[in-house]
Design a protein around this ligand. Structure first.
Ligand SMILES: [Fe+2]
Length: 602
């Protein structure tokens, strides 16, 4: 059976194809349209999925949309009417927005793809989140917790899933919290208040939190009432997102926390305002963690199950995930590589396959690489035409050469195989660098990523080496598989891993299991042989404001216009002619493997 899943029209659209119970491919629209967080109907993603699987739309048994548009419309209409007359200005805008293409999804899919309308299905939004989390995890029974901004009505659901011995599967979501009471919207409100982009920059709030202290936790706690059954309710007087599209927080919110930050104002962490903003971020971060940990604890007691699958955009919060693992009593916590709305394309297709059509259960491969593959020959052609030096190397030679480049302080664009499905580069579309000095972090920020200094870079380490450098609790390696947890860097290694250690001593580490990305694993080992530290800085292969690169040509264009020194794809290596000066780490005197080893032993 061939099932196409689609998510669209909110942010980060995507398509995914499931054939005979297994994912075949999945990709976000932005990776093909090259518009960051593209929310449009994912026609490029759908076309690529069908092409990749050599299918025609008429071959599809079902096309599944990741939410129920009419229910969403009902929520928007009901909320606007409840909030009348405050909502009168935003009401026409909201209705026009929803009545645009968003409600008439069946007609749009039918007309774009020529699929009969009866083959077009809809899932509940949080059922798609739950399916994306549960059916992709290597577990047969697990508690399920989903949390996001909002779907149709639900903003959080809790329940459990089971893949039975007879091949049939169940997902039971027993409880839900409904709009406007939403942890995702609480966090997004702070994202807007702190001058960042909603639905895009929530992770900046998490990065900023490390610079502050939760001094305003009491004030922030008053914004969220806890209920006797463990649920929560936002105190409406602090929020405005349910009455207007103009601003998500109220005057009361500003009265309590102070004036908001304008998006164009610099964020100076040495100023009183800068410290206040960092304290706000720390306070909302702490509150979010406290609530999800408490709800997860209750779910653990209620289900008695050792495994938990987390879905929804809130599951991108690695600090909260790590605290759930440490404090809730669950032994294993699974977060898929794409827990947000793009992952719902895959979730919706899997939900239809297992639950709606009752097809037999299958083990879903445990990796994120479902997108278009890179072709090293494309890179070689482009670089030669451009007059750059190109080497075509055997894999062992290539790995050793790249390890030498990294050890010499060069920054490497690393493209390998199929691209990741989800927001994180996990070793197939990564910028790699030596993780040892703060100068490297500053250089990456200045010459390539052009982003705020307070945002940390992440390390990648092989699972067998992870404990040496990071304080991973039991189950931590699993949470680190897709960079879903934040853990402490061992104090002895913090100065030697300065580029990837956040100000509070933590890191959002990717813990790499060799079979998932064997070439990156080989590169880590080769780098370790040269430096005694088999850890690399791993950041997504893109510059600010652009989606992660997909094809070789996009990688090459990015390489040409930023400070990346070396680009590798397949067996091709391109070294920039006018390379930025590669500072030998040993010569610079900032760091060397010998003094790191000495300080560690001491
Ligand atoms: Fe969602």
């Amino acid at each position: 059976m061939k099932i196409l899943g689609i998510s669209a029209h909110y942010h980060d659209s995507a398509a995914a194809l499931v054939v005979d119970g297994l994912p075949v491919c999945a990709v976000q629209e932005e990776r093909l349209s090259r518009r960051k967080n593209d929310a449009g109907f994912p026609i490029n993603a759908i076309e690529w999925c069908l092409d990749h699987a050599r299918l025609e739309p008429s071959d599809l048994d079902a096309v599944v949309f990741y939410e129920r548009p009419m229910l969403k419309f009902e929520r928007i209409l009901t909320s606007a009417l409840r909030a009348f007359p405050q909502s009168w200005r935003s009401f026409p805008h909201a209705i026009k927005n929803t009545l645009g293409e968003k409600v008439w999804v069946r007609g749009i899919v039918a007309s774009h793809l020529g699929v009969p309308r009866r083959r077009i299905l809809f899932t509940d939004h949080h059922a798609a989140h739950a399916a994306a989390a549960f059916f992709t995890a290597p577990t047969r029974r697990a508690a399920i917790l989903t949390a996001d901004g909002v779907g149709e009505w639900a903003t959080m659901t809790a329940g459990h899933g089971e893949r039975r011995a007879d091949g049939q599967s169940e997902i039971t979501l027993k409880r839900e919290i409904r709009y406007p009471h939403s942890l995702g919207l609480l966090y997004s409100t702070f994202t807007a208040y702190l001058g960042f982009k909603v639905n895009e920059d929530e992770y900046k709030v998490m990065g900023l939190a490390a610079y502050g202290r939760p001094t305003m936790i009491d004030q922030v706690r008053k914004m969220v009432r806890r209920l006797p059954d463990g649920a929560f309710a936002l105190a409406p007087e602090y929020f405005a997102f349910h009455t207007t599209a103009d601003c998500s927080y109220s005057q009361r919110f500003v009265d309590v926390l102070g004036p908001p930050r304008h998006p164009y104002d610099p964020l100076d962490l040495d100023s009183a305002d800068g410290r206040r903003f960092a304290d706000c971020a720390a306070s909302v971060q702490r509150l979010l963690e406290d609530i999800v940990v408490d709800i997860a604890m209750r779910l653990r007691r209620e289900t008695g199950l050792p495994d938990l699958c987390l879905g929804g955009g809130v599951a991108l919060n690695g600090l909260a995930n790590a605290r759930i693992l440490a404090e809730s009593g669950f032994e294993r916590v699974f977060v898929p590589p794409s827990p947000g709305d793009s992952g719902c394309a895959l979730g919706a297709a899997l939900f239809a396959d297992r639950i709606y059509f009752r097809n037999a259960d299958r083990d879903v491969p445990d990796h994120p690489f479902w997108g278009p593959a890179v072709d090293g020959q494309d890179l070689a052609r482009a670089a030669r035409e451009d007059g750059q030096g190109v080497d075509e190397l055997d894999d062992a030679v290539l790995i050793d050469r790249i390890a030498a480049d990294l050890a010499a302080g060069r920054i490497v664009g690393w493209m390998d195989g199929a691209c990741e499905f989800g927001p994180r580069a996990l070793g197939h579309r990564s910028i790699l660098a030596a993780p040892h000095t703060s100068e490297m972090r500053d250089r990456l920020n200045r010459d390539i990523k052009r982003r705020e200094e307070f945002r940390p870079f992440a390390p990648v380490v092989a699972v067998e080496d992870a404990d040496r450098f990071f304080e991973l609790p039991s189950g931590g390696a699993r949470l680190g598989r897709f960079m879903s947890g934040v853990f402490a860097v061992r104090p002895a290694w913090r100065s030697a891993l300065a580029a990837v250690t956040h100000v509070d001593g933590s890191a959002r580490v990717q813990v790499l299991d060799r079979p998932m990305a064997p070439r990156l694993h080989a590169l880590l080992q080769a780098y370790g042989r040269r430096t005694n530290i088999p850890v690399l800085l791993n950041t997504s292969f893109n510059v600010a404001g652009e989606p992660i690169v997909t094809r070789a040509l996009e990688g090459y264009m990015t390489f040409r216009r930023c400070g990346i020194d070396v680009l590798a794809a397949g067996s091709t290596v391109v070294t920039k002619r006018a390379a930025s000066p590669a500072v030998s780490l040993k010569e610079s005197g900032e760091w060397s493997s010998s003094n790191v080893a000495a300080s560690t032993v001491a």
